[in-house]
Design a protein around this ligand. Structure first.
Ligand SMILES: *[C@@H]1O[C@H](CO)[C@@H](O)[C@H](O)[C@H]1NC(C)=O
Ligand SMILES: *[C@@H]1O[C@H](CO)[C@@H](O)[C@H](O)[C@H]1NC(C)=O
Length: 364
């Protein structure tokens, strides 16, 4: 009798441990940032920045719009695939409960930037400070489930992705001529200010327990169909936005390497989104795209005007377009980007690529 109870105690302990298996197997993944990485948080908000209707998601398994700014998967989804995890649920999703919390969470919100005044026109979005607060709240919820110590370990061992910056130019400094920020700052000073604010965000993320953080710079924001539609006669990229990205990205790389030397550990990994995009923007045919200038879904020149809606032009084959809508890459372009994140040389991933990180962390 006593024996049986003892066996049950062991077995039951093992069974309940197994029921928390997502934590033991896959690595948790946390995502912060803007529309490039939002998995659907904005569906739950009163905002105009949303991707919850047709034809968004047309190539996803359900063929339904989920709030991702893609025809199918986005960058975090494909990273989840690579680390052998389920896609992260949006933090605001009512489905994110119980064991599902152990997979991680996506806190990103389309329209946000480094600065609080970025994306104000979208009204109700989750600014980065709030995303970090929600990450704290998440940790309290997980602590109630598996205890504080285990939660700390889950967060320390997790992979983190943060994508910010593009909107601070497109949806702030350059949103309208003579914007408040452009009257306040010359471009080089604005970039220095952005980097100083980004520093605080990354330090906070570290304080909250993040120990492997992929940080993407901005892509070639002057080359997206939306900017070509406004500024380009012959398909050339908008020089002013390219100049902004050219200033911002190297200073971000420098910031990350400063933080890493202060911490004395390669916590922050820089992902050169500019170079990753530029490859297929410069030579789309080499990557199997018919064009990198015209969006699949949109209207007007380059299909770059306004939003992608049920009334827009829609290309029949999304795999041969680098851009899905006027601002966001197609799933196939996202796959090319994640390939570079996984196995790119130090020109793309600094100080190391994700495959190296995964190999390194599985040993410790
Ligand atoms: C942004 O807003 C948050 C919350 O209101 C505040 O704590 C933070 O200091 C603000 N950041 C800046 C740079 O003003
Ligand atoms: C990943 O990065 C490492 C270190 O920089 C490099 O040696 C390796 O070649 C990269 N992987 C691939 C497939 O290029």
């Amino acid at each position: 009798m006593e024996n049986k109870r003892w066996v049950c105690f062991l077995m039951c302990a093992i069974l309940s441990w197994n029921s928390l298996a997502p934590q033991a197997e896959g690595r948790a993944f946390f995502v912060f940032g803007d529309s490039l990485v939002d998995n659907g948080n904005n569906n739950y908000l009163a905002t105009t920045a949303r991707a919850d209707s047709y034809p968004y998601g047309i190539d996803s398994p359900s063929h339904r719009a989920s709030g991702r700014f893609s025809n199918g998967l986005n960058i975090p989804d494909i990273i989840s695939e690579k680390i052998g995890s389920e896609p992260t649920l949006p933090y605001l999703s009512p489905e994110l409960n119980g064991e599902k919390l152990l997979v991680g969470a996506n806190f990103a919100s389309a329209g946000i930037g480094i600065l609080n005044d970025t994306g104000v026109q979208f009204i109700n979005i989750i600014r980065i400070g709030r995303q970090l607060q929600l990450f704290e709240q998440y940790q309290q919820r997980v602590s109630a489930l598996i205890g504080e110590e285990q939660t700390g370990r889950l967060v320390n061992e997790a992979l983190v992705l943060i994508t910010l910056g593009g909107n601070d130019f497109v949806n702030n400094y350059y949103l309208v001529p003579f914007s408040a920020r452009s009257r306040q700052f010359a471009l080089p000073d604005y970039v220095v200010y952005l980097i100083s604010e980004y520093r605080k965000i990354l330090v906070r993320l570290y304080e909250l327990g993040a120990r492997r953080v992929l940080v993407t710079g901005t892509g070639p924001i002057g080359c997206v169909p939306a900017e070509l539609a406004l500024h380009s006669r012959n398909g050339e990229c908008y020089a002013e936005l390219q100049r902004a990205a050219d200033m911002f990205n190297p200073q971000l790389v420098q910031l990350l390497s400063q933080l890493n030397s202060q911490i004395a550990s390669p916590v922050f990994i820089s992902a050169n989104a500019f170079a990753m995009h530029l490859d297929f923007i410069t030579d789309p045919q080499a990557y199997g795209f018919v064009t990198s200038k015209v969006a699949c879904c949109g209207q007007g020149p380059y299909n770059g005007i306004g939003l992608c809606t049920p009334a827009s032009n829609l290309c029949p084959n999304r795999d041969i377009f680098a851009f899905w809508d006027p601002f966001h890459p197609s799933e196939r372009a996202n796959r090319l980007i994640v390939d570079k994140i996984m196995t790119g040389s130090t020109q793309y991933m600094n100080p190391m690529n994700l495959s190296t990180i995964l190999a390194l962390d599985s040993r410790t």
